[in-house]
Design a protein around this ligand. Structure first.
Ligand code: GH3
Ligand code: MG
Ligand code: MG
Ligand code: MG
Ligand code: MG
Length: 303
């Protein structure tokens, strides 16, 4: 049997001593208090509570309600007086899982405690399983919107972003900026240094983007060597953020050589009822600005 911690709340010294003795002899670890006030401070640590109905101060019913509202999976067995149907019903109504009529049979008391602990064990197992499932679900969800190479969001995230933005009533969707980034002459990086080095450069760009964007927006790997940033906070900072990214990439020399990026920025007003189309349009416009940057010599931010 697994050792359970039992809290006994019993104001009668006579009964308290006996119950404590029985439980200890049967392998339980027992704390006995004589008032509900004392129990209120400590009940959360226990696996089961044996609770006398008649107590001075806070009654057994009141204590039971407190316990069940805060820690519903701690089983409470009430000790009620024999032939008192009312108190038995009131016990159950105040949330007790079971009751034992006084004077009780020791074997019955022990058997009922075991029943409650069995149920509690199952409940805890279910809660843990549920938590594991929740964690797995969160992990899968995260993986499904993450680009494995760079750790940025993948394109699939755009729809989720839109859904969230439209659902969120406090979302400030009025002004948005799209920043489109493309690594310059990346094919040459691959050709000259190999694909693995190319991958390192991609990771470096993603890292710089994340650092510069911080919580002003989201970084998405849009295509092979293209990143889309959606800025939705302090949108007027977008141009500064873009310039910072351009500068940091050029300065980084992450693989021992200089690489550069071209950037297009489009700031626009979006309408929440038309968010998808507006964002699509914003991305197109940012892409146009990116091409303007490419056509005017690369390593530039065009707004
Ligand atoms: P531009 O300055 O006009 O953008 O020229 P570019 O060479 O960067 O553009 P281009 O579209 O010709 O080539 C993009 C290259 O990006 C080709 C492709 O092999 C490479 N690429 C795409 N995805 C990855 C990746 O995940 N890893 C690596 N190493 N290379 C990639
Ligand atoms: Mg009593
Ligand atoms: Mg490209
Ligand atoms: Mg390129
Ligand atoms: Mg290209």
């Amino acid at each position: 049997m697994y050792e359970a911690n039992v809290l006994v709340v019993e104001d009668s010294k006579f009964h308290g001593v006996i119950i404590k003795d029985i439980l200890i002899k049967n392998g339980y670890s027992v704390t006995w208090v004589m008032t509900g006030e004392e129990a209120v401070d400590i009940y959360e640590k226990f696996d089961l509570i044996l609770l006398d109905v008649m107590l001075p101060g806070i009654s057994g019913y009141e204590l039971c309600e407190i316990v069940k509202s805060k820690a519903p999976i701690i089983p409470v067995i009430m000790l009620t007086a024999m032939d008192d149907e009312k108190s038995m019903i009131k016990s159950l109504e105040s949330g007790a899982d079971d009751y034992i009529k006084k004077p009780y049979s020791v074997n019955e008391l022990l058997a009922r405690i075991k029943v409650q602990l069995r149920t509690r064990k199952l409940q805890i197992e279910l809660i843990n399983k549920n938590q594991e499932l929740q964690n797995a679900y969160n992990m899968i969800k995260k993986l499904s919107i993450t680009d494995m190479l760079t750790g940025a969001y993948n394109r699939g995230y755009i729809n989720e972003y839109i859904d969230k933005a439209v659902k969120d009533t406090s979302y400030n969707s009025v002004k948005i900026a799209c920043i489109m980034i493309d690594i310059d002459n990346f094919k040459k990086v691959n050709d000259n240094y190999g694909h693995l080095t190319g991958d390192k450069v991609l990771k470096n760009v993603a890292l710089i983007c994340k650092e510069c964007v911080s919580n002003y927006g989201k970084v998405i790997r849009f295509g092979g060597e293209e990143f889309l940033i959606i800025i939705d906070k302090d949108v007027e900072k977008s141009e500064i953020i873009a310039e910072k990214i351009r500068y940091k990439c050029e300065e980084s020399r992450c693989c021992g050589f200089i690489y550069t990026v071209s950037i297009g920025v489009k700031i626009f007003d979006s309408d929440k009822s038309n968010f998808y189309k507006d964002l699509e349009e914003g991305i197109k416009e940012a892409d146009k600005m990116l091409y303007a940057s490419k056509n005017s010599g690369k390593n530039k931010v065009c707004v």
